[in-house]
Design a protein around this ligand. Structure first.
Ligand code: G3P
Length: 215
């Protein structure tokens, strides 16, 4: 399973990359808006830190505009994956960009039918937003289960990228369902490693080692 970080914050990306388990980065216009500097410069910097798929989102809403923006973004670095929203125009743009060999991450996916369309259009990744579904009393992870089984039925190459991850259980469920990727905020990556019994156990080992050291 691949781990992506869902942020445009350079410090967080560096910290996550240092752990050694980071495979890629996802950004979106809201995440970019929280950081200082030009969009292209932030994306370029991220590409220098992480050697893996880096999602950068288009903001045009018509297919032609999305394709033009996508092409421009893909020129920043070979690892750029163009994030395109799941709309009719988004599907048209996905088909075009994918046919031209540019990777697309179809975003804002909230239903299995949207995910099926994303795969048919040739998206490299599909991003179901699980946390936002949970927020409105729908089981976000149920959507992931449906997408994984639909994709398996037809052997689609599109990878399921679980997004809007809010806690470690989203990640564990995603892994059990066989999702290919999860993108997480830095605080969720930190939470994955934490266990009080690990802390208590380590403290005790170190205390006991003090008794051995004096021998
Ligand atoms: O990058 C897309 C997605 O992960 C956003 O998450 O927390 O804004 O719903 P969130």
């Amino acid at each position: 399973m691949k781990f992506f970080i869902d942020t445009a914050n350079i410090d967080e990306i560096r910290q996550a990359a240092d752990i050694g388990v980071l495979d890629g980065v996802t950004t979106n216009p809201s995440l970019i808006s929280k950081e200082k500097g030009k969009f292209e410069d932030i994306i370029r910097q991220i590409c220098e830190i992480v050697d893996g798929p880096i999602s950068a989102e288009v903001v045009a809403t018509d297919a032609e505009g999305m394709v033009a923006e996508g092409r421009k973004l893909s020129e920043i670095h070979k690892n750029i994956v163009v994030k395109v929203p799941c709309t009719v125009d988004g599907l048209k743009a996905t088909k075009k960009l994918s046919s031209d060999g540019i990777g697309v991450n179809m975003t804002l996916v909230f239903s299995p039918s949207q995910a099926l369309l994303a795969a048919k259009a040739g998206a490299m990744f599909v991003s179901p937003f699980v946390g936002r579904l949970d927020d409105i009393s729908h089981y976000g992870m149920q959507l992931v289960e449906q997408i994984v089984s639909i994709y398996n039925n037809y052997d689609y190459d599109t990878e399921v990228l679980v997004a809007s991850v809010r806690n470690p259980l989203h990640l564990v469920d995603a892994a059990m369902m066989g999702a290919h990727v999860a993108t997480m905020p830095f605080k969720v990556i930190e939470a994955l490693v934490k266990h009080p019994l690990t802390d208590i156990g380590l403290k005790k080992f170190l205390e006991d080692w003090e008794k051995v050291k004096g021998r």
